[in-house]
Design a protein around this ligand. Structure first.
Ligand SMILES: [Zn+2]
Length: 257
């Protein structure tokens, strides 16, 4: 057994989890936008679960108010690049995971990186980057796990690579209340949402159980409840009208390499 498989020994005893599930994780490449309160948790759980490769994309340096939620960061890193710190921390925590760290906003030039990933995770806080990533995902035919939180509420949505609803169907105009400098954050809520997104990502990548796509799950931190509902395509969605999504991409696991 490799060190990564030994690390994963406890999850490999899950009922129905096969060596192939673990092998798929090891061969997986994930493009993760955002390594803050939500995305940092996703990075940690994916790396620890045995995901082979992570591309981390997040612009900016660590500031003191980030430290109520960004679990990959340390006080000694104030003023330094967050993706840089994240990649150093993950290298110590799960050395088998290959990390590429990009200190930048999600941008069009990242299209080849999106195209070479098996799954995208969107844990950014602004809709410019979210929408661009959503469109890159559709163009490349890749599944995307959307994760977001605000205050005591969080949500996750696994979106398929096919002709189903997209992020812009769901939030046609973004959400002005998500001012990245302003919305309230309880770190534990972002952690809960990051963990939920990680469960979805690990299941999609490993093929462990079927993940129902196009379902939004909302977590309410005040009463610890969740509710899930199916999301539908918006006939007036500009991103869907842009097309470029092959109809045939809806069959089982079309994103596997
Ligand atoms: Zn759409």
């Amino acid at each position: 057994m490799s060190p990564a498989e030994t690390m994963a020994a406890r999850q490999m005893t899950l009922p129905g989890w096969t060596p192939e599930n673990q092998e798929r994780l090891g061969k997986s490449r994930v493009f993760l936008a955002g390594i803050g309160g939500v995305g940092g948790i996703v990075a940690q759980y994916l790396a620890m679960a045995g995901v082979g490769e992570l591309t981390l994309v997040h612009e900016g340096v660590l500031e003191m108010p980030d430290l109520n939620r960004q679990t990959l960061m340390e006080l000694s890193g104030l003023g330094k690049s967050r993706v840089g710190q994240a990649s150093e921390r993950l290298a110590r925590q799960a050395p088998a995971c290959r990390i590429t760290a990009i200190d930048a906003r999600v941008s069009g030039w990242m299209e080849p990186l999106v195209a070479s990933a098996d799954l995208l995770v969107d844990a950014r806080t602004n809709f410019e980057e979210r929408f661009l990533l959503g469109r890159l995902a559709r163009r490349a035919g890749k599944p995307l796990v959307f994760a977001a939180m605000n205050g005591m509420e969080g949500m996750v949505v696994p979106l398929g690579p096919g002709s189903g609803p997209c992020l812009e169907c769901l939030f046609p105009e973004g959400d002005p209340s998500w001012d990245p400098l302003g919305f309230p954050v309880l770190g534990a809520v972002s952690g809960a949402v990051g963990a939920m997104a990680s469960v979805l990502a690990i299941r999609i990548l490993s093929g462990y159980g079927g993940v129902p796509l196009s379902r939004m799950t909302v977590f309410e931190g005040m009463d610890l409840s969740t509710r899930s509902f199916r999301i539908r395509k918006n006939g007036r969605c500009a991103a869907c009208r842009e097309g470029a999504v092959p109809e045939a991409a809806d069959h089982e696991k079309p994103w596997r390499r």
